[in-house]
Design a protein around this ligand. Structure first.
Ligand code: NAI
Ligand code: CS2
Length: 488
């Protein structure tokens, strides 16, 4: 038998929960067993069960990429999390996951059967921004999305997460089973309300009575989720083995910081995640905006310009004083000012904490990874704040530099003429924008014309367009490193 974390004694310093897993029930079905969920909701839930003795177990569902689920099963659904601050390391075992389903390994019906079990009270998601099949600028379902076209034609055989959720709710309604709460844990502004809108758009297209039932009976609490969790690498797997005493192919390495703010709106009960540090609030929006604009907005800024400047990791950009200053200025002068926070929130303190977290050299977060799917990220990270400044007539050099960095990045060529592997569902549109444009002005106009990223308004602002053209031109002539230094 292969040794793994479920059948081998672990190093003594590893923190292992002691609860009896046989008492857990699948009351949460989570779609998207990726890096983030393992280090965040999965671990919060394990620690919550340990502390409160509750029975809220999780069934993991992946619709794509079956390998991880197979490995998870081989180790009794246990996995490890290595939390790293700049000077300490803590290894923990997460034991909240009790079963799993995969749409290809087990079949679509097995996934739907699990989602329609009566005791399932929450369906949560980390399916990346593109998993919502939405136009993130309008928050509505993208009827041109290939998965949605296929699902609307054959709803009993869904492919998209949205298709699965609506089909499961349809079956629950038909059988008289209480619905579940739908909770998004993705980095999207109004994340669960976007989920609600696309689910209603999709359901109403199939059957308006179903749409009305969902609207009246399902709740969609928004969440602000935060923990920096880079994609796993050979190096981080080796660190895990060293800390655990045995290999864990499902383990994950992340920073020690974590935060979770959740709207307290669950139709079918909820776990006491607040027992282990999560916060339940009435309205999560201010916290979501704060995190998406200050953390994620500056992350994307550092990702595009940092990549172009030759920095592989975020912590390396923080070692360049100009990038560090630029990130701080972006957070405090261009993002924080757009926010309306509850009294007592100290956004300068928050910015300082973010700079400290980005500087953690033990977290190897690639600029390339964060640059992924920019078309899905820019609306909530940069465009809303740009609108604020354009309306108020206030300067916004860092946001313009950030958008210009993205525009040059999606050209697929770095400053040395090497190919950039651009990972984005809108890559073909970027290619045709570049194919038909010669000058910086033509490129800027072409890319700003992509309405589901920039809306219809930004391209109308001549001062903004001119400023952007100039920065794109400068990026091409003097390069990102020199331009960031010059701007600051
Ligand atoms: P990952 O690549 O490790 O996992 C992505 C998961 O989404 C996989 O389970 C995959 O099967 C699923 N997925 C991808 N496309 C999908 C689609 N079209 N439909 C259904 N499922 C789909 O990525 P990771 O790091 O887990 O991040 C996932 C999301 O979590 C991010 O996009 C972000 O919104 C959120 N998040 C990530 C953080 C991080 O630091 N990694 C921190 C905070 C939030
Ligand atoms: C990052 C986020 O990959 C990205 O786009 O900006 O995943 C970031 O690490 C998290 O939101 C931190 O909570």
């Amino acid at each position: 038998m292969t040794q793994n974390i479920s059948n081998t004694p672990l190093n003594s310093q590893v923190i292992r929960p002691s609860f009896d897993r046989s008492t857990l029930k699948t009351r949460i079905v989570h779609i998207g067993f990726g890096a983030f969920h393992r280090a965040h909701q999965g671990l919060y839930t394990s620690e919550m069960i340990e502390k409160t003795g509750s029975d809220w177990g999780i069934c993991e569902i992946n619709l794509f990429g079956g390998e991880l689920i197979s490995k998870l099963r081989q180790q009794d659904h246990l996995y490890s999390v290595l939390e790293k601050s700049s000077d300490s390391v803590t290894a923990k075992i997460s034991a909240s996951v009790i079963e799993s389903r995969h749409s290809v390994l087990d079949g679509k019906q097995a996934v739907l059967d699990k989602m329609t079990e009566p005791q399932v009270a929450i369906v949560s998601m980390t399916i990346t921004e593109k998993g919502y099949c939405a136009d993130l600028n309008t928050g509505r379902l993208d009827y041109n999305n290939a998965l949605i076209i296929a699902d609307l034609a054959e709803p009993e055989q869904p492919q998209s997460a949205i298709g699965y959720i609506v089909e499961a709710l349809k079956i629950r309604k038909a059988k008289g089973i209480k619905p579940f709460t739908v909770m998004s844990c993705d980095n999207i502004q109004d994340n669960s309300r976007v989920a609600k809108q696309v689910i209603l758009d999709y359901a109403n297209k199939l059957d308006t009575e179903l749409g009305t039932w969902i609207e009246q009976n399902v709740s969609f609490p928004c969440t602000m989720v935060d923990r920096i969790v880079p994609a796993i690498t050979e190096d981080s797997l080796a660190q895990l083995t060293e800390n655990l005493g045995v290999a864990d192919p499902v383990g994950i390495v992340c920073e020690s910081f974590r935060q979770w703010v959740i709207e307290d709106d669950f139709v079918n009960g909820r776990p006491e995640w607040d027992a282990v540090g999560a916060t339940f609030v009435e309205d999560v929006r201010p916290f979501e905006d704060m995190k998406l604009r200050m953390l994620n907005g500056s992350h994307s800024f550092l990702a595009y310009l940092g990549y172009l400047a030759g920095y592989r990791y975020i912590y390396e950009t923080m070692q360049d004083q100009a990038f560090r200053n630029a990130a701080f200025k972006l957070m405090t002068e261009e993002q924080a000012v757009t926010l309306s926070m509850p009294e007592g929130t100290d956004l300068t303190e928050y910015a300082n904490l973010l700079i400290e977290r980005f500087s953690n050299a033990s977290i190897k977060h690639e600029t390339w990874q964060i640059a992924t799917d920019g078309s899905q990220k820019l609306p909530q990270r940069m465009c809303e704040s740009l609108r604020f400044h354009l309306q108020h007539g206030t300067p916004t050099p860092c946001l313009i530099l950030g958008v210009a960095g993205w525009m040059v990045y999606v050209s697929e060529q770095d400053e040395q003429g090497n190919k950039i592997i651009v990972n984005d569902p809108m890559l073909e549109q970027f290619r045709s924008a570049y194919k038909n444009a010669q000058t910086s002005e033509e490129i800027v106009l072409s890319l700003l014309g992509l309405n589901n990223i920039f809306g219809q308004d930004l391209i109308q602002n001549a001062d903004f367009v001119n400023a952007l053209v100039e920065v794109v031109e400068q990026l091409k002539t003097i390069g990102a490193k020199a331009l960031v230094a010059k701007t600051l």
